[in-house]
Design a binder for this molecule. Structure first.
Ligand code: F0G
Length: 481
């Protein structure tokens, strides 16, 4: 985004795009919001989009496309095998990461499935900076386990460390020593999702890959949130000051043995891909693609989405494009900090993350405080966020809850979708909610799937707090929505 100052000296995140297609959104009265979230089992995933005002659930598959992306979709080459569209996408991915081979997949977790099926065996351990739900599930499903080796500041929501997604190198070395012969690969996640979209440092990635080489272990980069990580490397890291975004991306592609990403995030479209420089690794992985995804030239993706992704990946090399999300998030975070509201610091990518452990500290962790805050947020604003706390964890083998290290309500900022007035509305309603936080109560499960329960599990409030919160809203706002 351009560095534009207003007369008073204040800087605002200026949109470097104009809106040419719009979609109507609805803001329901608070009583209807109460009804909708109750019917959705107090799970924001189960709300109907028509009942949502600002959809801040995720940035996955919901980023705005550019005119050039839309235009490219019209020239897609629809063929099962040997599609020119795939060749264009393949060339673009290989160009930006400096790789040689591309395997397509229908989305990020499908790449994770192929990678886990190929490399993970019973008893294996996969060290990583931090887990994400879908790769962890695939690793565990194949008999492996994960070790999270994030630096200690990573889960300290108040630490101002600029690269909280960094791997702790001493912990990594210890893990590689302890697990010799059982480490199929090390996974680094860009824009580390579950700790608030926090980046890792270019130099940290370099050190991880060097250590991996010394131990003869493969490295895998989850580049789903790389666009934010690239932005942060460029603006926060001395080693990247003189490099272009394109240089940084290329060099990362050279460091890691395998790179994969969700095209629902990286590339502003819908799909996914794995890329590598290694013929041997490509050969090992490729047979799983026709089994799980589709032929090697589409992998479950629509050709239109592949065209749009190729253009989106090129647009990702543009700082004006990739700065939009982080700068909106920074603005939102700054305003909330000014109001004394607990958020994850420093502002990361992906979204603004409310720290539920301090926001609603009166709710026991056993009553899912981050989930409760997401319900309260919807009642107070029609905004749908995503619980990123204990509900997003799997239970321990003995059936007890595994308490998350951080209890967050993620308010994702899909790129180029919302305007600053939407963000200001969100800030206002969060302030109101904070003033009324004591009204928020806990949740308990009613229906709980054994795996990834956060997606479709259903809960209910532990008291009538939802009605009381809605009544207070009506009292304070009168006939306003
Ligand atoms: N890796 C990361 C870091 C992700 O954030 C995601 C998805 C995936 C892998 C899986 O990709 O959804 O295309 O299968 N994150 C979404 C989110 C679900 O809302 O944060 P996918």
């Amino acid at each position: 985004m351009a560095n534009v100052k207003l007369m008073g000296g204040e800087s605002i995140p200026m949109e470097m795009h104009k809106v040419r297609i719009v979609q109507k959104i609805n803001l329901l009265p608070v009583e209807e919001r109460l009804d909708c979230i109750s019917k959705a089992g107090c799970n924001s995933f189960l709300l109907q989009n028509k009942d949502v005002f600002l959809d801040m659930l995720t940035d996955s598959g919901v980023n705005a496309m550019s005119d050039n992306q839309q235009a490219s979709m019209l020239v897609a080459d629809d063929s099962y095998a040997g599609s020119m569209t795939f060749t264009r996408l393949e060339n673009k991915i290989n160009e930006i990461f400096g790789t040689t081979y591309v395997l397509p997949a229908h989305q990020g977790r499908a790449c994770e499935n192929v990678i886990a099926e190929t490399f993970v065996r019973q008893g294996d351990v996969v060290p990583m900076n931090y887990h994400f739900t879908t790769p962890k599930t695939h690793i565990v499903r194949n008999g492996g386990s994960v070790e999270e080796l994030l630096i200690d500041e990573g889960t300290d929501v108040t630490s101002m460390h600029p690269f909280k997604g960094n791997m702790d190198l001493a912990k990594l070395q210890d893990s590689l020593e302890r697990n010799k012969g059982h480490v199929p690969f090390i996974r680094m996640e860009a824009g580390t999702n579950l700790i608030g979209g926090q980046p890792f440092e270019f130099e940290n990635a370099r050190a991880v890959c060097k250590m991996a080489q010394e131990y003869g272990v493969l490295t895998v980069l989850d580049a789903s949130l790389l666009q934010d990580n690239l932005y942060f490397m460029k603006v926060r890291e001395k080693a990247c000051e003189k490099l272009s975004v394109r240089d940084i991306c290329y060099q990362l592609g050279q460091m890691f043995d395998v790179v994969y990403f969700s095209g629902r995030k990286l590339g502003f479209a819908r799909g996914g891909a794995i890329c590598t420089k290694s013929t041997a690794l490509y050969d090992k992985m490729k047979n799983f693609v026709p089994v799980f995804e589709g032929f090697l030239t589409y992998g479950g993706m629509s050709v239109r989405e592949m065209e749009a992704m190729a253009v989106g990946l090129e647009e990702t090399m543009d700082m004006d494009v990739i700065s939009q999300g982080p700068q909106f998030i920074q603005y939102m975070t700054d305003k909330l900090v000014e109001a004394g509201i607990p958020v994850v610091l420093p502002a990361g990518g992906l979204g603004c993350h409310l720290d539920a452990s301090r926001f609603v500290e009166h709710i026991p962790q056993a009553e899912y405080r981050a989930g409760a805050l997401s319900v309260a947020m919807y009642i107070a604003s029609g905004i749908r966020g995503m619980e990123r706390g204990t509900i997003s964890e799997e239970r321990n083998p003995d059936g007890t809850d595994h308490y998350a290290a951080v209890e967050l309500l993620r308010l994702a900022v899909p790129r180029r979708v919302y305007t600053l007035s939407h963000i200001n509305y969100a800030i206002d309603r969060i302030k109101w909610l904070y003033e009324n936080r004591k009204l928020i109560g806990g949740l308990e499960f009613v229906e709980e799937p054994a795996v990834m329960r956060f997606f479709i599990g259903r809960l209910k409030p532990t008291s009538d707090w939802m009605e009381k919160l809605a009544a207070k809203f009506r009292h304070d706002f009168g006939d306003s929505l």
